[in-house]
Design a protein around this ligand. Sequence first.
Ligand code: SF4
Length: 294
Amino acid sequence: MEELLAKTILQKTKPDIDFWFYNDYNMNLYRGCSHGCIYCDSRSLCYGIENFDKVIPKKDSIKILEEELIRKRKKGIIGMGSMSDPYNPLEKKLKNTRDALKLILKYGYGTQIITKSNLILRDLDLLKEINVHESVLVNITVTTADPVLQKIIEPFSSTTEERFEALKILNENGIKAGITLMPILPYVNDTVENLDALLEKAKAAKVHHIYPWFGLTMRDRQRDYLYQKLDEHFPGVRQKYEREFGQNYQANSRNSNTLYPHLQEKCKQYGILYNIRDINKSFVKPPKQMQLEL
Ligand code: SF4
């Protein structure tokens, strides 16, 4: 099997209580992602990943990770899923993400995971153990309640139903699990009907939070791939994007002004967190040393 040489696994980040995805470190145990999302930002040239849809594991990632975890003076939350889904099909066999969670547990770190796969349920035992003392947050991305549309825009990930089932099981087991409701594609799934259908499913699954963004980024290769897929499946939409967004990096839905207040109102009604600071404050625990002192 092809493997990628890696010198380091952990990347230091600057956690910000008012910003999405509060992590002290980020890591990607794999390069590339095979879920095939038509809007994926990780295809952009700045990341330098050729043949992005092929998943390649990083050689000796678990050994390198353990050395780094031992050396770090500051413990904290380790994020997974920013550039590559940690629960890709290869993970079933390789179990690198599972082995990394074992190390996270062993060395007293927390974790925040972003995924579109219900394979995360395989690791529920470890997430529960980490959650006893450290911070754990799971974000499962869902963008459409329509199964036909989902197969077009996220063709090789778990279905939306499977993702909501995973959310339900995680929350029933005490893991704070919510939704990354992004990106939302203008003229494709930025409707109140889609939002309402997702919110009803979120309520039924008792999700902990929703991170909403009614728009997407578009950069070079990412835009090219998206436009190719828009032409294949949504004739005329690419032309609307070209007219409305030009070369803009961000493409926000014109319906945002309706969708945001609607989401906020429903989340308040259903007891779902949607404010970034509230979400971060709800799951970030002080490191163990501080807990003992307290
Ligand atoms: S799951 Fe994430 S990383 Fe993978 S293709 Fe989709 S957007 Fe890209």
